[in-house]
Ligand binder design. Structure first.
Ligand code: DHK
Length: 150
């Protein structure tokens, strides 16, 4: 396998309410804060990472448009937008590079409102149910994906 260019840039995009991790429904999302997750990702990163969060759909769209031609890979937790935002889905398609869709909880085992992600149509891979550590798993998986494509 080829060596990964160690300057591969990964964008990690977080959707609505993920700024409240650690407090919101800890029985589902755990007690780890988004700042702690960002720290784990920075420790695990093999190159530059951008770690972003917004509660605003259009800002997520802007982040994904900006990732085109800039990010070698995108990891996205679309949170509540997962289940209906065609705008975020379209922006993911526009991005065009490898995408890992990430959910902290196992959405497939949840209620009807949190089960059917439309984002998966534009995802290279999906990770769900690993808790907050899923972000680090996703980062390692993205490097593996990029290495396999190199
Ligand atoms: C986070 C959310 O905020 C929910 O809207 C999703 C996702 C699940 C998660 O598990 O990370 O349904």
């Amino acid at each position: 396998m080829e060596e990964l260019d160690d300057r591969a840039t990964i964008h990690i995009v977080n959707g609505p309410n993920l700024n409240t991790l650690g407090v919101r429904e800890p029985e589902i999302y755990g007690r780890t804060t988004l700042a702690e997750i960002e720290g784990w990702c920075r420790d695990a990163a093999r190159g530059p990472i951008e770690f972003m969060q917004s509660n605003i759909e259009g800002e997520i769209v802007n982040m994904l448009q900006a990732a085109r031609g800039t990010a070698d890979g995108v990891i996205i937790n679309p949170a509540g937008y997962s289940f209906y935002s065609v705008a975020v889905l379209d922006a993911l398609k526009f991005y065009g590079g490898p995408v890992i869709e990430l959910h902290i909880s196992n959405i497939h085992a949840r209620d009807e409102d949190h089960r059917h992600s439309i984002m998966s149509k534009a995802a290279t891979a999906v990770i769900a149910g690993l808790g907050a550590r899923g972000y680090v798993t996703a980062l390692h998986a993205m490097y593996d994906l990029l290495e396999a494509r190199a």
